[in-house]
Design a protein around this ligand. Structure first.
Ligand code: PEP
Ligand code: MN
Length: 289
């Protein structure tokens, strides 16, 4: 048995659309003024969950001031357990309306998760980009549905899937007619992630592997992978250094009080400080923000 993951036959038959045609083949995906796969490093920032109107409007101003060009925020939240409380609610369409207001007041385009194929049409009315969460990476009916929609898709990698599986999922979206797919590495499981100091291991190397096999832009999520605020800046800088096209990060005015994922969100000052560091690295390696 060979351990080689992606074969010539895969490239010809299974991922003809997701694989690159030649060494210079690189796609660009435009979301508002942000271009994934272009010269600039794209920073997506915002809360894990849309908590209320004031919260998202405030965060939008803060992340825009810091240099983010896309806002994130979930109005639909996947949960490990089925019991929701007053902290783990999801605002659904009401939250999408607040995100629309974010775009109108800040000018930032918004990316938000869609969990259910039946919601794709509704989410498309408000959002600039769909997010497919890690757990739904191989939800084929959902991939087919966003493949038929007219908005770009941020496709997160499942924490247990190979690059071959991930490009196969991207192929579904491309095959259904949507050419605007951005890949997002958000950590994979490894045995020692059972320790409380780490949740997932960021597969930094996969950024290079995506570049080798695919023309699709690739970004990194240092928040949902590390699950730990103090690790986020380091992984964000590593993502830029390795050649990712951008990052997506949780930012919250009072991180400890974030409704969901309070351990990983960055405060406004930490976010601003990190953006300064990213600008310096970007200057050194020719990757402006
Ligand atoms: C998120 O970004 O809000 C999220 C739930 O991420 P993931 O699907 O990577 O866990
Ligand atoms: Mn989250």
């Amino acid at each position: 048995m060979t351990l080689k993951d992606i074969t010539e036959s895969d490239i010809a038959n299974n991922i003809p659309l997701a694989s690159k045609k030649n060494s210079d083949h690189r796609s660009q995906v435009k979301v508002g003024d942000a271009v994934f796969g272009g010269e600039k490093f794209v920073v997506i920032a915002g809360p894990c969950a849309v908590e209320n109107r004031e919260q998202v409007l405030d965060i939008a101003q803060a992340v825009k001031k810091g240099g983010a060009t896309v806002m994130r925020g979930g109005a639909f939240k996947p949960m490990t357990f089925p019991y929701r409380n007053e902290k783990t609610f999801q605002l659904e369409e009401e939250g999408l309306r607040y995100l629309e207001e974010v775009r109108q007041t800040s000018g930032l385009p918004v990316v938000t998760e869609v969990l259910d194929p039946r919601d794709v049409e509704m989410v498309a009315k408000y959002a600039d980009m769909f997010q497919i969460g890690a757990r739904n990476m191989q939800n084929f009916p959902l991939l087919a549905e966003v493949g038929q929609a007219s908005k770009p898709v941020l496709l997160k990698r499942h924490f247990g899937c190979s690059l071959r599986d991930w490009l196969g999922a991207a192929e579904y979206i491309l095959h259904h007619g949507n050419p605007n797919v951005v890949l997002c590495e958000r950590g994979v499981t490894a045995p020692h992630t059972h320790e409380p100091t780490s949740r997932f291991i960021v597969d930094i190397q996969v950024v290079l592997a995506v570049r080798e096999y695919s023309h699709l832009p690739i970004i990194v999520d240092p928040s949902h992978s590390t699950f730990k605020r103090t690790y986020v800046p380091g992984i964000a800088k590593a993502a830029m250094a390795v050649g990712a096209d951008g990052i997506i990060m949780d930012v919250h005015p009072v991180p400890e009080q974030a409704a969901i994922d309070p351990l990983q969100a960055l405060s406004y000052p930490t976010f601003e400080n990190l953006m300064g560091e990213l600008r310096s690295i970007g200057q050194a390696i020719g990757r402006p923000i």
